[in-house]
Design a protein around this ligand. Structure first.
Ligand SMILES: Cc1cc2nc3c(=O)[nH]c(=O)nc-3n(C[C@H](O)[C@H](O)[C@H](O)COP(=O)(O)OP(=O)(O)OC[C@H]3O[C@@H](n4cnc5c(N)ncnc54)[C@H](O)[C@@H]3O)c2cc1C
Length: 301
């Protein structure tokens, strides 16, 4: 049992993710600020696992849910401040499209690529989110990271963050509570045009308005996971209520009846077919949170 008024029990997680699948959190908290977050963690029994959830745009939550405490950063982590020296301090819970829009409004350039990435600042640092020729590594100055076990916060410089292609040196024991970005000055009109152009490009090249979590697999060096899936003859392939998008083969689009297990099994299925047909072992970019059962064999239906 967790004895803190901000902790509630049995909270459905599906609505908090872009795939809209998965079970409930045994415990859930949305601390409103750092003091409350630390207080919750300091009073936490040591046998309770903690999982941090951002905007749920890169995860599949298991149908059995998460048998632990799920933390989402609350209101005090949703703010961004622009300083005169061009740095931007953003709370770990700030939505990336909002950050991109605020930066354009303030005439700050460099964060426009975030407009099409529906995650949070914390998730972006953890995943080194990127696109349109940039990524989080290119724009971050430092992050403020909380260690779940000790509830201590530390400033992490880029070296410690070790941001690489869709990965970082952060683990499940860390929570990014804030990040500071470096921007350049720019014209708001031009920056707003850039946002419009990126949004237009995304609408044309990605299956907007569907249930998905962005690119499912990482691009292997010098190649594209979507092109590899196409070369393997899987574009448009269905697996029950989940399909390889006809617009972008690295997106797996789920029908609203799909379960987390349907997605998990399809990802495994694609991996094994791609390995068999073109000899490439694709590595998932999306994260599976909770328990998933490995199938002994796959049926295609
Ligand atoms: C339509 C669509 C388009 C996308 N396009 C792109 C793209 O162009 N480029 C790209 O890189 N990604 C893209 N993504 C994937 C996703 O948006 C990014 O990976 C994003 O950074 C995830 O942030 P999140 O807050 O949703 O994290 P979540 O999905 O909630 O979590 C992802 C991981 O980060 C951890 N995490 C979340 N918050 C924190 C925190 N505060 N501190 C520490 N760890 C944390 C979680 O535990 C989990 O392991 C796309 C997704 C969708 C649905």
């Amino acid at each position: 049992m967790i004895d803190h008024p901000a902790v509630i029990r049995d909270v459905p997680l599906a609505p908090m993710t872009t795939y809209k699948v998965g079970g409930s959190a045994r415990f859930m908290a949305e601390p409103r600020d750092l003091a409350e977050l630390r207080e919750i963690l300091e009073n936490l029994p040591s046998d309770i696992d903690v999982v941090v959830l951002g905007r749920g745009s890169n995860v599949v939550i298991a149908d059995s849910g998460i048998d632990g405490l799920v933390i989402r950063l609350g209101s005090g982590f949703q703010k961004a401040g622009f300083t005169d020296d061009g740095t931007v301090d953003a709370g770990g819970g700030v939505a990336l499209p909002k950050l991109a829009r605020l930066a354009a409004k303030h005439g700050r350039s460099g964060l426009g690529f975030y407009v099409g990435i529906p995650g949070s600042v914390g998730g972006a640092v953890r995943m080194n989110a990127g696109g349109h020729g940039s990524d989080t590594a290119s724009v971050i100055d430092h992050a403020v990271v909380l260690d779940i076990a000790s509830a201590e916060v530390q400033q992490w410089e880029p070296d410690a963050l070790a941001l690489g292609y869709r990965r970082s040196g952060l683990g499940s024991e860390h929570i990014v509570v804030q990040a500071t970005f470096v921007t350049r000055s720019g014209s708001s009109t031009e920056l707003e045009n850039e946002l419009r152009e990126i949004t237009r490009w995304r609408k044309e090249h990605q299956p907007g308005g569907t249930l998905n979590a962005g690119s499912v697999f990482k691009n292997p060096e010098g190649d594209h996971a979507g092109a590899i899936i196409e070369r393997s003859g899987l574009k448009g392939e269905r697996f029950g209520p989940v399909a390889v998008s006809n617009i972008h083969a690295n997106f797996l689009v789920a029908a609203d009846v799909a379960t987390a297990n349907d997605i998990f099994r399809f990802v495994e299925h694609i991996r094994s077919i791609v390995l068999e047909r073109v000899g490439i072992d694709l590595e998932p970019e999306i994260r599976f949170l909770g328990s998933f059962q490995q199938e002994a064999h796959h049926e295609n239906h």
